[in-house]
Design a protein around this ligand. Structure first.
Ligand SMILES: Cc1cc2nc3c(=O)[nH]c(=O)nc-3n(C[C@H](O)[C@H](O)[C@H](O)COP(=O)(O)OP(=O)(O)OC[C@H]3O[C@@H](n4cnc5c(N)ncnc54)[C@H](O)[C@@H]3O)c2cc1C
Length: 463
């Protein structure tokens, strides 16, 4: 009893750390928080109904039918249990008040229909990590058309796979970036007629440049993929931004959608030059939009992703990681955003550590890790047929590219990318792992062009 004869006020329950987005970046953040000593409540919120799973196999092994969904799980339930997560799947964050670190949550997908949209109330947090990734861009009206697909989620991939289960379909892929190219390779492997339509004159040109794109074009043609360059009638992007990975983003569409239809089913795609491409199936692989629309707090900058400082902080106590984050890369000296699998994990870990360091500074009793700028060597890979492409550093937005084709038939090549006289990125196709690792070292920080060129020649024995 206290001197006033009343019980002591109950100790205030510790506020949770909430991670929004239950995928690669979010899971890495949650695991790092626990590993680094956060033993308070930890909420992981994801609007998909599935346990966290890996996306790269969606356009490769899963689409091909070589792997089943179980194999994509990043962790089993048994592996997640020790984390002691308050795991809220099928739950969407619909708002964040950055000043009070308060989230608004709503039941979303994967919840019985009657309960959908039910307000779940708000969640006041000690800190928040936003890892909501990106969503597939689509065309106006596409969502109501049977036969038109996007490929971002497990459910998307399973739906497309089901439609590719019977051979001999005419598939038109709109978008000749990484995703479109990978899907084309799989669909050809399954025996479908594939037409790859893109604005870029060669596949993946925006990411890898014209010469490597030309090599890819040769491979796709050799596999009987029809390559068409053009704009789908009525589809147009505007307000493009340069992004770290070279995918242009934009938000303007004309109203016409470029589809030919019979009833509610797609029968073809029209190009701006009047060409009609008959289609049983259409895959829209036209890029993505960062999932930031729910972040309406005016104190947050959400132009092309959630803008963060070099520590991945968007505001005090609010951090971001993965595809959604646009942060000041300390080595490259400008804000960058990557849609790369490895970056999602590395940035999830970095954001978690930096958030904990900040909370320790605010007086929360936790071990304080060092607060460090996030300065990764960017890395991505792509698999098409038996081509494996791997790239380090920045390949997009280069003003200078030098490609050495080591063996045209075997599709072995190396390319160097740079800006303003400095080499910033390197890409390898068909090189042995030891050489690829050596290339990473060449480009770990920007190097004068000539020096990088010499070191690459040494590493690949091409000089
Ligand atoms: C088909 C495909 C193939 C790929 N292949 C490669 C490859 O070969 N190499 C490579 O380097 N990268 C590849 N990538 C990219 C890589 O998968 C991504 O970089 C990575 O998945 C990003 O992880 P993330 O956690 O940041 O975002 P995501 O994986 O997009 O996860 C974000 C999660 O947050 C959820 N979410 C969104 N908004 C909310 C909200 N408001 N509330 C709650 N939850 C929300 C989403 O539903 C999603 O589950 C590929 C991607 C795709 C789609």
């Amino acid at each position: 009893m206290s001197e006033h004869g009343m019980g002591a006020p109950p100790a205030e329950a510790p506020r949770p750390i909430a991670v929004v987005g239950a995928s690669a970046a979010g899971l890495a953040a949650a695991e790092t928080l626990r590993r680094s000593g956060w033993d308070g409540p930890l909420v992981l919120i994801g609007d998909e109904p599935h346990l966290p799973y890996d996306r790269p196999p969606l356009s490769k092994q899963l689409l091909l039918g070589a792997w089943e969904p179980d194999r994509l799980l990043l962790r089993t339930t048994d592996q997640l249990d020790p984390l002691g997560l308050d795991l809220r799947l099928g739950t969407r964050a619909t708002g964040l008040d950055a000043a009070t670190r308060t989230l608004t949550l709503v039941d979303g997908v994967g919840i019985p229909p009657l309960e959908q949209g039910r307000e779940r109330g708000s969640l006041a947090c000690a800190g928040v990590i936003i890892a909501t990734g990106v969503t597939a861009r689509t065309l106006p009206g596409a969502e109501h058309l049977a036969g038109v697909h996007t490929l971002r989620t497990l459910d998307d991939a399973l739906a497309l796979r089901a439609r590719l289960a019977d051979g001999g379909r005419r598939l038109v892929i709109v978008g000749n970036g990484v995703l479109g190219c990978e899907a084309a390779a799989v669909a050809r492997g399954l025996g479908h007629e594939v037409t790859l339509v893109g604005r870029a004159t060669v596949p993946m040109a925006g990411t890898v440049g014209a010469e490597i794109g030309g090599l890819l074009a040769e491979e796709h043609r050799a596999r009987s993929v029809r390559l068409r360059t053009g704009v789908v009638d009525g589809f147009e992007t505007v307000n493009g931004f340069e992004t770290g990975n070279g995918f242009e983003t934009g938000n303007g569409f004309k109203t016409a959608n470029g589809f030919e239809t019979a009833g509610d089913r797609v029968t073809g795609v029209r190009l701006a030059d009047g060409t009609r491409l008959p289609a049983d199936l259409v895959l829209l692989a036209i890029g993505s939009e960062p999932a930031v629309r729910w972040l309406t707090d005016p104190s947050l900058d959400t132009v092309d992703g959630l803008r963060c400082d070099a520590y991945c902080a968007a505001a005090p106590g609010i951090y971001a990681a993965g595809d959604v984050a646009r942060w000041d890369h300390p080595v490259h000296g400008r804000p960058l955003r990557f849609e790369h699998r490895m970056n999602a994990t590395e940035q999830g870990m970095a954001a978690a550590r930096n958030l904990l360091a900040e909370l320790a500074g605010e007086g929360i009793d936790i071990p304080a890790p060092d607060r460090r700028p996030f300065a990764p060597v960017p890395y991505f890979w792509s698999d098409q047929y038996d081509i494996k492409m791997q790239a380090y550093g920045l390949t997009a937005g280069a003003d200078r590219t030098e490609t050495t084709v080591l063996d045209r038939d075997a599709r072995r090549a190396v390319a160097l990318y740079g800006r303003d006289g400095t080499a910033t990125g390197v890409l390898a196709i068909g090189l042995p792992p030891r050489q690829v690792r050596a290339l990473r070292a060449v480009i770990a920080t920007p190097v004068p062009w000539e020096e990088a060129r010499d070191r690459i020649r040494t590493a690949t024995g091409s000089g």
